[in-house]
Ligand binder design. Structure first.
Ligand SMILES: [Fe+2]
Length: 454
């Protein structure tokens, strides 16, 4: 739960380092020093509406400072920088800076710039997350966005800068790959998304394209809340939603200790969902939304879709590795968002391969199982993934073109999402309204809706 996160070491250090004061006296002039210019600036949400993390890179080491305020630079915080060396032959190095902007007034607009007295960035702005469980946060949601063929980026940039979203959810697979060309592809990708990610929290989960050098590019470049640095899973509350990000790569590592990682994540998720599903917690955050990179169900021509069983869903029983679908069902997860397959697919409510619609006429009104959505076609050099010709009955809608999701949590009972086709000049090609008059465990209900066994 984000109320008591296990913050990584850098986060604790940052908070202890942070000192916020009014800038009231002139500072001595410092000339710009080569290699200290901030690049790759991006925001992430801490889980507290009064704070926001800003992360950026410099080639040489320098101080980590941010000046910010409501239309001025009356506030100032400092943080820490970490030397990050790519694992390739060139050993390309950069300093990654993290500063927490504290003392924010929820819902208010702030300007900021980052850097040091040796070099400052341009000015950016963001709106502090609202501290209201009746708020209706708006998200752009996608996975599998690369540097080459990053088709959706122009449209997303335009929409972000028009104020259409409050946060981004990037469901794994970045840059293709961040470690490529000695990390230069990662640098280029982070600069590519800066016009998006410098203006609103860019929340992530890890995918299979981040595995190189023990996930070090992902771990170093992003600043997610919770135990991110160690395990790459975390959660946060935003408006009426509790959002959980998991690491689906634990089932695919094929290395010593991977069973421990699977079990540790499951144990964390179990406690996490148990706490999120108490009546008191669901009163505050009725929606539980889980994002992970590799889907449990999909109908593409891809190994993960056509193999007999999904590792994420059922685990790998022969190796003593459990899956997690039972937890999603037991604790009433409302929506799961996946990527990895380079296409869009909406499923009927499904559990244990059975369609469990609310009713035949209104499948997404009070469904009897989580709803799964796959959105992995933001654009990358691997292009699109075709579908198998005859999908299983749980597949409700499929589209093989480039795009992303717009999702709004309207209130405690209604969630709306739509898929935008970038190929079709921004046309909305699919939409769904999920209505939940009650958010709780599915397993305690007597089922009376439309159920179809496969
Ligand atoms: Fe992937």
């Amino acid at each position: 739960m984000s109320d008591s996160p296990h913050h990584p070491a850098w986060f604790v250090v940052l908070l202890s380092l942070c000192c916020c004061w009014t800038v009231c006296s002139p500072r001595p002039h410092h000339p710009t020093v080569p290699g200290t210019q901030p690049t790759q600036i991006h925001l992430s949400y801490t889980g507290s509406p009064t704070s926001m993390v800003v992360t950026w890179s410099t080639l040489n080491n320098t101080a980590s400072m941010v000046e910010y305020g409501q239309g001025d630079f009356s506030l100032r915080n400092s943080g820490i920088s970490t030397l990050f060396v790519d694992g390739g032959k060139k050993h390309n190095a950069q300093y990654i800076h993290r500063v927490v902007m504290t003392g924010l007034k929820p819902g208010f607009r702030y300007i900021y710039h980052v850097g040091s007295e040796e070099s400052w960035s341009a000015i950016y702005s963001f709106t502090a997350v609202q501290d209201d469980t009746n708020w209706s946060p708006r998200f752009a949601v996608y996975g599998d966005l690369g540097y080459e063929n990053a088709q959706s980026v122009a449209r997303l940039t335009k929409e972000v800068q028009r104020g259409m979203y409050d946060a981004i959810l990037h469901v794994g697979d970045f840059a293709y790959d961040m470690n490529d060309k000695d990390g230069e592809v990662g640098d280029a990708f982070m600069s590519l998304i800066q016009p998006i990610a410098a203006y609103l929290p860019y929340m992530t989960c890890v995918g299979n394209h981040e595995t190189a050098y023990n996930f070090s590019h992902y771990i170093n470049r992003f600043s997610m809340p919770g135990s991110h640095g160690k395990d790459m899973f975390y959660s946060f509350n935003i408006g009426p939603a509790h959002i959980i990000s998991i690491n689906t790569e634990v089932w695919y590592l094929d290395e010593e200790g991977s069973k421990d990682k699977v079990i540790r994540q499951r144990e964390w998720l179990h406690k996490e969902l148990e706490a999120a599903n108490t009546p008191e917690q669901r009163q505050k955050q009725p929606w539980i939304i889980l994002m992970g990179h590799r889907p449990m169900y999909c109908s593409n021509v891809a190994k993960d879709c056509i193999m007999d069983e999904s590792f994420v869903r059922q685990g790998i029983p022969k190796q003593g590795m459990p899956g997690i679908e039972d937890l999603l069902y037991k604790y009433g997860v409302d929506l799961t968002i996946w990527a990895h397959e380079h296409s869009y697919e909406r499923l009927w409510p499904v559990y244990d391969k059975m369609v469990m619609n609310g009713s035949m006429s209104q499948p997404y009104t009070n469904p009897q199982a989580p709803v799964h959505i796959i959105t992995g076609s933001a654009g990358c050099k691997e292009r699109l993934t075709p579908f198998v010709p005859n999908p299983k009955p749980w597949s409700a809608f499929r589209l093989d073109d480039y795009g992303y999701i717009r999702m709004t949590i309207l209130n405690s009972t209604h969630l709306y999402l739509e898929q935008v086709s970038d190929d079709q000049d921004g046309v909305v090609v699919d939409s769904m309204q999920l209505i939940k008059l009650k958010h709780d465990s599915y397993s305690t209900r007597s089922y009376s809706g439309s159920r179809r066994d496969l």
